[in-house]
Design a protein around this ligand. Structure first.
Ligand SMILES: [Zn+2]
Length: 308
């Protein structure tokens, strides 16, 4: 295999953003509702015909290229377990407005109610922040009963929902592991690399003011009485909250060549490393998405070399 340089792949969405992605990619910003760039993606946006799929430089879809030769792309042991599924979706995320409060169901919920293989556990690697108060909201501060949550959603009580969540100011280098089920939101101006299980399953708790009808499209077609069962309603406090976040030095501060960015609980889903080749670092032969956030260099395999 040779390294493959992937073109920008921003998708149109119901929330604003994407200017930062265009800047990061060095391309013009043409859509103010393109806050996500799906990188090396074999997953599609729910209900959007083929949107999200990554194309290779020769025009083929990465999904089809992997299906033709899964062992070359994914290796023999991954293929034995997951067939042609990379089991990973990486995104660049650049919200131009605060994301609505939402959560993603887990794999058990996805299999049971939707006959899908993956839920959406995710992780956020914060690259850059802008604005006065870059913030994420993660997990309820106190236990919330189902009736109460249902009323908040029904009344679209944004203020109460946001206030019920842990509010965490963030900085570049912060990394979060977000198990499926945890309600969350991200403020405008938080540019991050996101790792996810490859699905597009979102339950919206909030939609007022966004370009989407959540009462119709916010519950995965299951109705909120079923969809809300997938939410983690027990409190996330103290030790657990601390475990969800790992603060790492920014690229220029860290002297380590390779640094693990996520807690061990993430291992069944994905892993993330910050690489700082000084002057070189060897990578394991595996399916990997590399995002260059600073500097330049070369990426070499046995067969070829790519400058990045
Ligand atoms: Zn999310």
């Amino acid at each position: 295999m040779s390294p493959i340089e992937l073109a920008p792949n921003q998708v149109h969405h119901f929330y604003r953003g994407g200017e930062g992605i265009a800047r990061f990619r060095g391309i013009p910003s043409t859509d103010d509702h393109a806050p996500e760039d799906w990188v090396g993606s074999t997953a599609t946006m729910l209900g959007a015909d083929g949107a999200g799929l990554s194309a290779l430089p020769d025009g083929r879809l990465l999904r089809d290229a992997i299906a033709d030769d899964p062992v070359a792309y994914l290796g023999p042991s991954h293929t034995a377990q997951y067939s042609t599924d990379p089991a990973l979706l990486v995104k660049l995320l650049d919200p131009g407005e605060r994301l609505p409060v939402h959560f993603h169901p887990d794999g058990t919920f996805a299999r049971r109610h939707l006959a899908l293989a993956h839920g959406k556990t995710e992780a956020w690697l914060i690259v850059e922040t802008q604005g006065e108060r870059p913030t994420v909201w993660l997990g309820f501060r106190e236990d919330v009963d189902l009736g109460e949550l249902t009323r908040w959603v029904d009344r679209q009580d944004s203020a109460t929902m946001l206030d019920a969540l842990n509010e965490l100011p963030v900085a570049p280098g912060d990394c979060f592991f977000v198990p499926a089920g945890l309600p969350h939101a991200i403020s405008e101006g938080v540019f991050l690399v996101e790792l996810q299980e490859p699905s597009d399953l979102t339950v919206l708790l909030e939609w007022t003011g966004f370009d989407i009808d959540g009462r119709r499209d916010g519950h995965l077609g299951l109705g909120f009485d079923v969809a809300l069962e997938g939410a983690r309603r027990s409190a996330v406090r103290g030790d657990e909250l601390a475990k969800r976040r790992q603060r790492t030095a920014t690229v220029t501060e860290s002297r380590q060549v390779a640094r693990t960015l996520l807690p061990s609980a993430a291992i069944p889903f994905f892993r993330a490393e910050r690489l700082r080749p000084a002057p070189a670092v060897s990578l394991e032969a595996a399916f990997a998405i590399l995002v260059v956030v600073d500097g330049d260099g070369t990426l070499a395999t046995e067969g070829s070399t790519v400058r990045c």
